[in-house]
Design a protein around this ligand. Structure first.
Ligand SMILES: [Mg+2]
Length: 245
């Protein structure tokens, strides 16, 4: 018989769960816009160029075994985005200038708010906190470093360092083993239904908590989270409810 030990551990997603990655991305694009405005690129092309980069970022597939870094791949996104309107007039240094303006601005803008940091510091006293983030190794570790959050977690796991990412069961099993906990001891908290919530369900965690900051309704055919909150700052309400169960 499985003893009922209560929740021992909380697994957090990073992007758009603990930090506002989307907001930081908007600030970063604005900075590239300003950079391009200071060049000979026609102003009426700049929005298209930025949107083209964002589309390439969204549909990006990155295979580190091809010998390129994520920086190379993303500089090339800017190259292609600029090439479409600039053609042969393209300044050869501009793609890399755009990329580093975007990347550095985004990393600088990415912070744990004081409220989220103190929530985690409080939770850390009673729960084992785990960070489980999808994405390529370099990008995600750069974010974790920029956010200075490593000390808040017992275990930090980046998807790109493992054969499978969320929602695969294997990466959750790795988390449980690293933290010395069982699936039923854990709750999974994240903003993505297809990776965080589906992954938590696949892995058999005690409960899943969906961070739904835009108050979207659940899409047709989607997995159903056990709890839905508009912000991670409401997590204590969920923990209190779980305690009553
Ligand atoms: Mg996320």
């Amino acid at each position: 018989m499985m003893e009922n030990r209560g929740v021992l551990s909380i697994i957090f997603d990073l992007d758009n769960t603990l930090v506002d990655t989307a907001g930081a991305g908007r600030i970063a694009i604005q900075k590239v816009y300003e950079l391009l405005k200071s060049t000979h690129v026609q102003e009426n092309h700049i929005t298209d160029i930025c949107n083209c980069f964002l589309l390439k970022l969204l549909h990006e597939s990155f295979d580190p075994s091809e010998g390129k870094t994520i920086d190379d791949v993303r500089i090339h996104h800017w190259y292609e985005a600029l090439q479409e309107t600039q053609g042969t007039d393209l300044d050869p240094d501009l793609p890399s200038s755009c990329y580093y303006r975007w990347k550095n601005t985004r990393l600088q803008a990415l912070t744990l708010s004081p409220e989220v940091r103190s929530l985690l510091e409080e939770l850390q006293k009673n729960y084992k906190l785990l960070l489980l983030t999808n994405g390529d190794t370099q990008t995600q570790w750069e974010k974790i470093e920029a956010v200075r959050c490593e000390g808040l977690f017992s275990v930090v796991v980046v998807g790109g360092d493992h054969p499978e990412q969320k929602p695969a069961r294997s990466i959750f099993t790795h988390c449980f083993e690293s933290a010395g906990v069982r699936p039923h001891d854990c709750i999974m908290v994240g903003d993505s239904l297809s990776t965080d919530i589906q992954g938590g369900i696949n892995a058999g965690v005690r409960a899943t908590v969906w961070i739904n900051s835009d108050c979207k309704s659940l899409p047709q055919g989607s997995v159903t989270p056990d709890y839905t909150v508009p912000s991670v700052l409401k997590l204590n309400d969920v923990l209190a409810e779980l305690m009553l169960k």
